[in-house]
Design a protein around this ligand. Structure first.
Ligand SMILES: Nc1ncnc2c1ncn2[C@@H]1O[C@H](COP(=O)(O)OP(=O)(O)OP(=O)(O)O)[C@@H](O)[C@H]1O
Ligand SMILES: [Mg+2]
Length: 292
């Protein structure tokens, strides 16, 4: 059986289960991972968080929103035949653009430019909504890995999410750029939950200093709370596993970095969050915000 038919079967199975069980309709949680400065560890975090969430028997999907080189594909050792754009361009179904990655991580390539909202006709938008609907039944969590910077494309992706994880390192430039990103997000969508991860720390003091600056500045100048999601230690296992086609959190389960990822997954509270907005409502809202 090919991947697409396997997925179609999964959808059918899940839909039947939902109808039969009378359970409350569950919606997928959408988390975008971003930063200001590039190269701070967004993709490494996306892939490894997804790996440990999948290990908890949660259904997880990574959407690669990085429009340049797709590092998620390299890290997972997969090459998708289609991208998100092909939903419209080639009239593909959602199952056709999803690639089954290793260790229960599913993946969709954003494709060059994800979906250009301004290019979409009303009919296209309706079609996207119908196709996306299935994501609510297929997944518990969607992680969007974005590219660096505050370009229109990146910020647009972030508007689709229920919450954002802003990643920084302890470098002053990364910290400044992370704060700029938080400022823009606050201006664009105040209700968005923003979480912070400090990556590549050498000691706890470095983490405290960095997170304190960001949390305090956001509180004072933007009047908003940022949730502290913790830190990840500088650890050579991160680099060592890049071409292993397997996330370090699975390859080196006892490493310092994996311990940190485990803590962050706990902080994410994957058991308890309930989202009121369906994926369709998220997309509708996204069309509204990004079409100006
Ligand atoms: N905790 C860590 N310890 C050691 N090296 C790390 C750590 N986190 C990330 N790196 C390294 O930093 C580099 C950049 O990581 P990654 O590609 O995940 O960043 P990114 O933010 O996704 O970059 P881009 O902005 O280009 O998308 C990689 O070589 C990665 O191995
Ligand atoms: Mg990246």
């Amino acid at each position: 059986m090919d991947q697409a038919s396997k997925l179609r079967e999964m959808v059918k199975e899940k839909e039947n289960k939902d109808i039969n069980s009378n359970l409350e309709y569950e919606t997928v949680r959408v988390i975008a991972i971003t930063s200001g400065k590039g190269g701070v560890g967004k993709t490494s975090l996306s892939v490894n968080l997804a790996a440990l969430i999948a290990k908890e028997k949660k259904k997880v999907l990574i959407i690669d929103g990085d429009l340049g080189l797709s590092n998620v594909e390299i890290m997972l050792g997969i090459s998708p035949a289609y991208t998100m754009r092909d939903l419209i361009k080639k009239k593909k179904n959602i199952e056709d653009v999803i690639v089954k990655g290793p260790s229960g991580i599913d993946f969709i390539s954003g494709g060059n430019g994800f979906i250009d909202i301004l290019e979409l006709s009303d009919v296209d938008r309706e079609e996207i909504l119908i196709k996306m609907k299935k994501l609510d039944t297929l997944y518990d969590i969607i992680i969007i890995d974005t590219g660096a910077g505050i370009s229109k494309n990146v910020v647009s992706f972030l508007m689709l999410a229920d919450e954002v994880i802003v990643v920084t390192t302890t470098e002053p430039t990364a910290l400044m750029d992370a704060y700029s990103m938080i400022k823009i997000l606050t201006e664009k969508k105040r209700e968005l939950t923003i979480n912070l991860i400090v990556n590549r720390i050498r000691n706890i003091k470095e983490y405290r200093r960095t997170s304190n600056i960001i949390l305090k500045t956001a509180k004072e100048h933007l009047k908003r709370d940022i949730i502290d999601f913790g830190f990840v230690f500088e650890d050579e296992v991160v680099k060592n596993t890049i071409f292993k086609k397997m996330p370090f959190a699975l390859y080196y389960p006892n490493s310092k970095a994996t311990e940190c990822i485990r803590y962050i997954v706990k902080k994410m509270d994957t058991e308890n969050k309930k989202y009121e907005k369906s994926i369709i409502e998220k997309f509708k809202n996204w069309f509204k915000i990004t079409s100006g």
